[in-house]
Structures are given as C-alpha cells and as structure tokens.
Design a protein around this ligand. Structure first.
Ligand code: FO1
Length: 307
C-alpha cells in the first residue's frame, strides 16, 4: 500500500502521478481538511474534492473544480447580491449538496468521501485527516480570515501575522488514517504547504507520531525550488508560522523528524549535503509536474527511491 499525505492542487498532482505510476488499487490519500468550510450553507472540502476529481479524471485544467463546468448558479447568486468570489461551478455544487445532505442525515466526511469516490469510479481511497471540523484561520494586519477568504477572496496579498488551526488539538484521526500509516509500504509527503496542508495533517493528534515511527519509509517532495514555492503562497504561510527562510533545506528541517528521504529539484542540488547532514537521504531530480507525463515520471522516481 502506498500512502500519500496531500493538500490541494500541488498535492493532487503527486497523488495522481502515484496513481498513474502504480495504479489506484493500493493507493490511499490522507488529505488536509483545514481549508474546508461552509459556502452558501454547503459543506465544501476543497482538498478532498481536488484529489477526488484528479483521480476520477474530471478535474479542470486550472487544478480545482470540475472540468468544463459552468457557473450559472454563482452568477445568479451575484445577481441577488450574494458573495461570488469562491468559484463553485454548477457540476461541483452537486458534490457539495450531496455531501451536505449526507452529513445532515448523520454521515461522517469519511463516509461521504467513500460514497463519492465509488460513484465517480475512483479505486483509491481518500481519507479526510479527521472527521472533526478543523478550520485554518489566518490573521493579517487587517484581521482574522477563513483560509479561503485569505487565499481566494483576498488573493493572499497580505503578510500573515499568525496562523491558528481551530479544532485541531481536539480532533482525532479519521477511521483508517493510523492503520494506513502503520501498514504503508511507502508514505509519500506530497509537495503541498508544510504549514497549512501537511502541517495540519501532521497536527491531528497521533498522526505526527505515527508517521515519525515509519520515518525510514517516508519520502517527501519539496514544494520549494530555490527561494520560491512551486505554486501557491507557501512562502507567506512559512513566514506567518515564524520561518524566515523559504528553501528546500528549510522544508527538510521541518520534516526532519518524520521523513527519511527528501526529494529536491536539480537546481537545489547544492542543498543535498546539508539535507544529508540532517540525517535524511537526498534525492535530486526534476520535481516540476507541468503535465501528466511529468507527474508519472516524478512518481516513478519517488517509488523507485523507496524500492
Ligand atoms: N481556488 C481559487 O483560486 N479560486 C476559486 O474560486 C476556487 C474555488 C474552488 C472551489 C472548489 C474547490 O474544491 C476548490 C476551489 N479552489 C479555488 C481551490 C482552493 O481554494 C485551494 O486551492 C485549496 O483550498 C488549497 O489547497
């Protein structure tokens, strides 16, 4: 069994690559739910859905939402003076309505995900990190924001004073999460934000210790090349969490206790000796995933390094 810890767009490329390289039957994703929240009264779980749609082969090229979706409902809401900054497409809304109705009938998010993946023909299992409500709150000089408000509505322009993950300390791992970590042949930490995606997953009580206990079987792919994130504002989240340096080496330091092998981009090869001095094995390759072939190639390098 291959287990991947992942956030949204960057993480889903790795999860999809692992599916392309090794098939879905033995693949398990453990996915961040700190970005989740209600929109128009519906429970939206962006990272779970991004990974679900990627594995189902229906994700839009932009990396989130359903391919070829329309936005008539959102346009209608804007006509009524409602918020329309969060791009929930018409086909995507069906997912959120179905999820919300299932939860209202007593289902957990885990049970919803299992239902969604079976209906969309996804063989891999996707576990939310927890079934408890966990919400990432970003504080900037202009106040507190929900994660999607900071990222999407406000375009992640502001510097971050602090990051709080509401509900994390009281949460418990979703069913199957610890078993998957304990039983995995290889655990892949996808190139998602180490703070608000992977850091949140590892922050669910019991998860960091379970991953650390498998350190020799854990491989992480750097989300940073040079001094910049491959995608998204990971540098802002790093600074908001108190890390001044944005580099592959800094990522390695953050994952030092949980990860024995760290994959960095060719242009960061100079960091390899410092990473190995942390007690980690460094693997140097092209970590960019611009297309499906690149995802599969990187996944083969990752799996090959752990063979
Ligand atoms: N990202 C955007 O940049 N703009 C959007 O309007 C947007 C809508 C959206 C709707 C459903 C969904 O599942 C994801 C969506 N995302 C959107 C992506 C999401 O904000 C982030 O990429 C993740 O939360 C970070 O992992």
């Amino acid at each position: 069994m291959i287990v991947a810890l992942a956030g949204g767009t960057g993480g889903s490329k790795m999860v999809h690559g692992l599916a392309l390289a090794g098939g879905q039957a033995d693949l398990v994703g453990i996915i961040n739910t700190g970005d989740d929240g209600p929109f128009y009264g519906l429970l939206v779980c962006p990272d779970l859905d991004i990974n679900l749609y990627a594995l189902a082969g229906v994700v839009a090229d932009r990396g989130w939402g359903y391919a070829d979706d329309t936005f008539h409902c959102l346009e209608g809401l804007a006509t009524y003076g409602r918020d329309s900054w969060f791009g929930l497409g018409d086909r995507d809304l069906a997912t959120h309505i179905h999820r919300t109705l299932m939860v209202a009938d007593g289902a957990t998010v885990s049970e919803v995900m299992d239902d969604l993946r079976l209906r969309l023909g996804v063989e891999a299992r996707l576990h939310p990190m927890t079934d408890a409500p966990v919400r990432t709150i970003i504080t900037t000089p202009t106040g507190e924001k929900r994660f999607q408000e900071y990222l999407v509505r406000d375009g992640a322009r502001e510097d971050i004073d602090s990051i709080r993950i509401e509900g994390l300390a009281e949460s418990t791992p979703a069913p199957g999460v610890i078993d998957a970590i304990e039983g995995a042949a290889t655990i892949v930490i996808a190139p998602s934000s180490p703070i608000v995606s992977i850091g949140t997953i590892l922050g669910v009580p019991g998860v960091r210790d379970a991953v650390a206990a498998r350190r020799d079987r854990v491989i992480a792919v750097s989300p940073i090349i040079g001094n910049a994130p491959v995608e998204g504002p990971a540098h802002k989240f790093l600074r908001g969490a108190g890390y001044d340096e944005c580099s592959a080496l800094q990522m390695a330091r953050i994952y030092q206790d949980v990860c024995g092998t760290f994959v960095i981009h060719e242009s960061d090869a100079g960091d390899a000796p410092a990473i190995e001095a942390l007690g980690m094995r460094a693997v140097v390759t092209d970590i960019l995933m611009p297309d499906h072939a690149a995802r599969e190639r990187l996944a083969r390098v990752v799996l090959g390094a752990m063979a």
